[in-house]
Design a protein around this ligand. Structure first.
Ligand SMILES: Nc1nc2c(ncn2[C@@H]2O[C@H](COP(=O)(O)OP(=O)(O)OP(=O)(O)O)[C@@H](O)[C@H]2O)c(=O)[nH]1
Ligand SMILES: [Mg+2]
Length: 242
């Protein structure tokens, strides 16, 4: 069985080498794809050097169409091309700790999608300001209600899919350029009746590196959530067959 863990990165030089090493140490079957958008801090160079010495490390160096969503989509496409049976994604800043991967891998024996979740018993949001936590809770509630998602933490960018589910939702045609890709993939999977489960994680605030989250990105994500609902209602969520 091949397991691929994808990590979108933008300026994560302070985290990436340690993160990739920790991910690989969780399970011998894991390979890692880092999808970097030509980070000015040279994250892609560090990953390129790791990839030269370790066949389990892959660099997806993107130089056009920058964005968290587009990078995530291309990373899943590459995971499928590599023959992944299970494909995961996680942030590079250690908010998502690799130690949860074994339990998430196990969860995919009985489910199609697994989320690392702050919103189930045992899950936590550590080190964030009260304002930031409130923002998370509200945006989560918003996405849950608008999209009717049967999960607690639909904002979670720490998740895994079975190959068949990524194929069923045609992940190569995901259209959200930014972070709303997490809602897009989850909504599409639920529309395809995927069995979704959540395992509790302690989500720890970024210690090193800089956030890419801006007010503009946030507002765009809210608009995308609404658009997703509209596309779902009008039967256009999956587009026309290509
Ligand atoms: N390839 C790529 N990755 C990105 C881009 N923007 C963000 N990322 C990565 O996506 C992940 C999540 O971004 P973060 O900046 O941590 O966003 P956040 O967790 O909402 O914000 P913080 O709380 O400040 O950490 C990280 O691994 C980033 O490096 C982008 O434009 N392209
Ligand atoms: Mg983060």
């Amino acid at each position: 069985m091949k397991i691929v863990v994808t990590v979108p990165t933008y300026n994560e030089i302070e985290n990436i080498e340690r993160l990739v090493t920790e991910i690989l140490s969780q399970d011998d079957r894991i390979e890692v794809i880092v999808a970097d958008d030509d980070s000015p801090d040279g994250t892609w160079k560090a990953v390129g050097a790791m990839a030269e010495n370790d066949p389990r490390v892959h660099l997806l160096h993107r130089t056009t169409d920058r964005g968290r969503g587009a990078a995530g989509r291309d990373a899943y496409a590459m995971a499928l091309d590599l023959g992944a049976d299970l494909a995961f994604e996680m942030d590079a800043d250690f908010s998502h700790h690799p130690r949860y991967l074994p339990a998430m891998i196990q969860a995919l024996e009985e489910h199609d999608v697994v989320l690392g979740s702050r919103q189930v018993p045992g899950g936590k949001d550590v080190g964030r300001t009260a304002t930031r936590r409130l923002l998370t809770v509200l945006s989560n509630l918003y996405a849950r209600i608008v999209l009717g998602l049967p999960v607690g933490d639909c904002n979670s960018g720490f998740r895994g899919f079975r190959r068949e589910t990524l194929e069923a939702i045609d992940v190569r045609r995901a259209f959200s350029p930014g972070p709303a890709i997490v809602h897009e993939l989850l909504f599409k999977a639920s529309q395809k009746h995927a069995r979704i489960t959540e395992i509790p994680i302690e989500f720890v605030d970024r210690e090193l590196g800089t956030s890419t989250l801006s007010f503009k990105t946030l507002v765009r994500s809210y608009v995308t959530v609404f658009r997703l609902r509209w596309l779902g209602l009008t039967g256009n969520l999956f587009g026309k067959p290509s």
